[in-house]
Write a protein that binds this ligand. Structure first.
Ligand SMILES: [Zn+2]
Length: 255
């Protein structure tokens, strides 16, 4: 058996073992689909494909140089329910699937927009301290770290270096508000965030930033974060999120 066949064989065995472990896990701890509640699956065969319906939102190139936030799907229905199960009800099993979906989307788009030899920082959008305390975890890193690892692997051939860094924080007492006009929310987001001092040396070495978040709703946190990074001398290449509220949905209550 040559090296390539050995590698395929190893991957095949690993996939079979992972499948068997998943079956055992579901037998021991029965659960329903995070999107629709159908029995015996983390995401059923109807809900999983909903996360492979790519969409994008446009942003000012002055702030996000590619001009886009790329997402796996739009934020509605079963997608919304599944994401809330992960974020607010600690469904870590579906979180692992989300990390795979978003890694796949990032590996599709990022290689097309970055130049060989560039150095990329993968930065999760911050959560407020109140949200982290309420959830007991900073859930965005559960998807941003796998995205960073996947990009590192996929961009190695173009000699693009990738590094994960939690570079931006909300100030203590800051609250993510959904009230007010988009301009007011953007202003609030910008003044409520700062670049962490320990992130500066890493960002100087990896100055092209890819922002990662779970949902792009109004885009005000995304833009606030981009402004804070730009003011600190770094540039945001693009953003990737699991789901996005499309402009046509914005008048509906999706929060
Ligand atoms: Zn389902």
């Amino acid at each position: 058996m040559d090296a390539m066949s050995r590698s395929y064989f190893a991957r095949d065995v690993a996939a079979q073992v992972a499948g068997a472990l998943r079956e055992i896990d579901l037998m021991l701890f029965p659960r329903g689909c995070a999107g629709c509640g159908a029995p015996d699956d983390v995401l059923c065969t109807s809900c999983a494909p909903l996360f492979d319906c790519p969409v994008h939102r446009e942003f000012p190139p002055a702030l996000i140089s590619s001009g886009y936030c790329y997402s796996c799907c739009s934020y509605a229905g079963a997608v919304r329910r599944a994401i809330l199960q992960w974020k607010d009800h600690d469904d870590v099993q579906v979180g692992r699937l989300f990390a795979r979906f978003l890694s796949h989307r990032a590996c599709e788009v990022v290689p097309q927009i970055c130049t060989p030899g560039s150095r990329i920082a993968v930065v999760p959008l911050p959560s407020t301290r109140a949200s982290i305390a309420r959830r007991g975890r900073f859930h965005t890193v559960e998807i941003s770290r796998p995205v960073s690892r996947a990009l590192e692997h996929s961009l190695a051939e173009q000699e693009i270096a990738v590094r994960h860094v939690c570079a931006v924080n909300f100030h203590a007492g800051a609250r993510k508000s959904v009230k007010g006009t988009v301009a007011q929310r953007q202003r609030r987001s910008r003044t409520q965030m700062y670049v962490r001092s320990r992130a500066y040396p890493i960002l100087r070495a990896y100055p092209s930033v890819i922002l990662v978040d779970d949902i792009c709703t109004t885009g005000s946190t995304l833009l606030g974060c981009s402004r804070v990074l730009r003011a600190a001398g770094f540039h945001v290449l693009c953003a990737v999120t699991l789901a996005a509220v499309l402009p046509s949905q914005l008048q509906d209550d999706v929060h």
